[in-house]
Design a protein around this ligand. Structure first.
Ligand SMILES: [Zn+2]
Length: 201
């Protein structure tokens, strides 16, 4: 009964929003389909498929060009791709140059913001823990992925292994973590908390 009431009220809000908002139809790139456009918001399942295909195409094309591993990512804001990234680990000698990180850096530079609030990311494979964390730091709204961590493991990538490591105690991980000089580090945090012109993130 509670669920029913919630559904009705959500529908009523939606209907009211439809009345208040400017509803138009717009031909959409890249799927060339016509979608309902509510103010700035455009959606369509075909677009989502095209965004994912773009990520998959990036993965295969850049891999063939020798950029790095078979990974591609696109970041979408209000129905439009604002950044693309491919894996560049081996071509740039950068172990952090995963497709998601490359795309997040490009999107942030383009928007002039360290937050990608409201943006979605499409990735040809489930993000590794580093990229998942970067997605959280960037405040991305939704993650769409194609292959998953087990598929990546089958191709020799360590994503699944690192996810398992996170669940272990720091000292018991394959790369041990040793805590030291905590008091001195805490002094830096205290100074941060007192900093009047700090930019929170
Ligand atoms: Zn990654």
């Amino acid at each position: 009964m509670m669920m029913m009431m919630m559904k009705i009220s959500a529908l009523q809000i939606y209907m009211k929003d439809m009345k208040d908002m400017k509803v138009t139809r717009r031909r959409c790139w890249p799927c060339r389909d016509s979608h309902i456009k509510l103010n700035q918001l455009i959606w369509g399942e075909n677009c989502m498929i095209e965004f994912m295909r773009e990520a998959i195409n990036l993965a295969v094309n850049k891999m063939r060009q020798g950029q790095g591993g078979p990974f591609g990512a696109v970041i979408v804001q209000r129905g439009e791709i604002i950044a693309r990234g491919c894996n560049r680990v081996t071509s740039t000698n950068d172990p952090t140059a995963h497709a998601e990180i490359v795309a997040i850096r490009e999107a942030c530079a383009r928007l002039g913001d360290f937050r990608l609030t409201g943006c979605d990311i499409y990735i040809n494979c489930e993000p590794c823990p580093m990229c998942l964390a970067a997605i959280y730091w960037a405040d991305i709204a939704r993650i769409y992925y194609a292959a998953d961590r087990r598929d990546a493991a089958d191709s020799g990538f360590a994503d699944a292994e690192i996810y398992m490591e996170i669940g272990r105690k720091p000292a018991e991980r394959r790369i041990p973590a040793v805590q030291m000089l905590r008091a001195e580090a805490l002094a830096v945090f205290r100074e941060w908390q007192m900093k009047v012109d700090r930019v929170d993130y």
